[in-house]
Design a protein around this ligand. Structure first.
Ligand code: SF4
Length: 403
């Protein structure tokens, strides 16, 4: 670490980053630790404007639904408030009809993407995902299946006795469009072992994503902040992603989010502060010069911080989240709806646009008079996870019929 006599010592690095120049991991760590917050944000915003010259006035959102197929999981991550041990009486599995009903509601509400998300069930191999993705695509060919990640691939391949390449080829052929990048957590070994000791290593996670990118299956990338990792480990996480991206170009976006401390085995650990989160958004925009999109998360940090993230390098505010049960089980309680997200983006000084999974603009809301007025497009959080008994009795709220 360099000792800085004054903020001015960092200005040449900030200027280089703002102009689109590459910075080293050491420089990134120095900026992350010492650069004045507003100067860091200004450099990141310049980098964003430069990348999106011509459309820099736009910030995007997507309408999607997370569909949780089971909470049964053998991996028992310490930060997770969603899973149940496979032998527990709290285990549930959604059947295919239920999953298709959720897809139908997503389409009815204007959603374009589903995130199929669940635990590492001890019996779910490649065949399970092939069957479900094929059925979803047959019934709803217009829905993009942006789901799973390297951890699920590692698990399903092991269950089916095949390699990750074959697993990816088969689920891609069955209907998976892209990987959501789940399971990245923290990639460096020490913090990863501390929070997810049974998960594959960070190197293996990246190796599998690299295989996927090589097969034409792109992904996003994520980072879980605030479980006790050091600043240097956060920057190392970014370096590991940037190195793979230099080879593959397959990461469409980077999405940091903050650890939520309720109902899990890490309860009591310090959460990342909002300033640390904003600094991460900014440093990600600057350091990940080869990743197009940086997503701000209103779900874990709140709507106002989501708005601020748009001034610290983010170009996207994520999803309306028609259904979310994983992060919300651990304490994230922020809810929103389509009209509010549009207003949040507009009030942050940007023109809102609904996007596709691949970030094309589907609808640009450049005239408030033409804004959508459908108040059914609303976040539903922990509709299953907080009330498993009610869900098991089939009383879970249907998003469309309930209104
Ligand atoms: S984060 Fe995923 S892999 Fe880890 S325990 Fe939860 S459901 Fe299982």
């Amino acid at each position: 670490m360099t000792a800085y006599a004054s903020d001015g010592d960092l200005q040449p690095v900030l200027d280089r980053a703002a102009a689109g120049g590459r910075i080293t991991p050491e420089e990134a760590l120095d900026l992350y630790r010492f650069a004045p917050l507003h100067a860091l944000g200004a450099a990141a915003d310049s980098a964003r404007r430069r990348r999106y010259a011509g459309t820099e006035h736009i910030a995007t959102y997507i309408i999607e639904r997370n569909i949780n197929y089971t909470n049964s999981c053998v991996t028992a991550c310490k930060f997770c408030a969603f899973y149940a041990s496979p032998k527990s009486d709290k285990v549930w599995i959604r059947d295919l009809d239920d999953i298709l009903r959720r897809c139908a509601e997503t389409v009815e509400l204007g959603g374009t993407q589903i995130m199929f998300q669940g635990g590492h069930h001890p019996d779910f191999g490649v065949e399970y995902y092939e069957e479900h993705f094929a059925a979803i695509k047959k019934a709803f060919p217009q829905l993009v299946i942006h789901s799973l990640g390297a951890s699920e691939v590692e698990h399903m391949a092991r269950i089916s006795g095949v390699g990750p390449e074959e697993a990816i080829r088969r689920i891609h052929a069955a209907g998976l469009d892209s990987f959501a990048g789940a399971g990245a957590e923290l990639l460096p070994a020490r913090p990863r072992k501390a929070i997810a000791p049974l998960k594959e290593s960070g190197e293996r996670w990246l190796e599998i994503m690299e295989i996927a990118h090589g097969l034409g299956v792109e992904s996003t990338s994520t980072m879980l902040m605030g479980t006790g990792e050091t600043n240097a480990e956060r920057i190392e996480h970014l370096r590991m992603i940037r190195d793979v991206q230099d080879r593959t170009g397959g990461f469409r976006a980077f999405i940091p989010y903050t650890y939520q401390p309720e109902n899990n085995h890490l309860k009591g650990r310090t959460q990342a502060t909002l300033f640390e989160y904003l600094r991460m958004i900014a440093i990600a925009r600057i350091f990940l010069d080869n990743v197009a999109h940086i997503q701000g998360s209103w779900l874990t940090t709140g709507k106002e911080v989501g708005q601020l993230s748009l001034h610290y390098g983010a170009d996207d505010l994520g999803s309306v989240m028609l259904e979310e049960n994983v992060v919300s089980s651990a304490g994230a309680r922020h809810r929103s709806n389509r009209m509010e997200l549009i207003e949040l983006i507009r009030a942050a000084g940007r023109v809102p646009a609904q996007r596709a999974t691949t970030y094309e603009h589907l609808v640009v809301h450049d005239d408030p008079a033409n804004d959508p007025v459908d108040d059914k497009v609303v976040s539903h959080l922990s509709s299953t996870a907080l009330d498993a008994a009610r869900a098991a009795a089939g009383q879970e709220l249907p998003l469309v019929d309930a209104r």
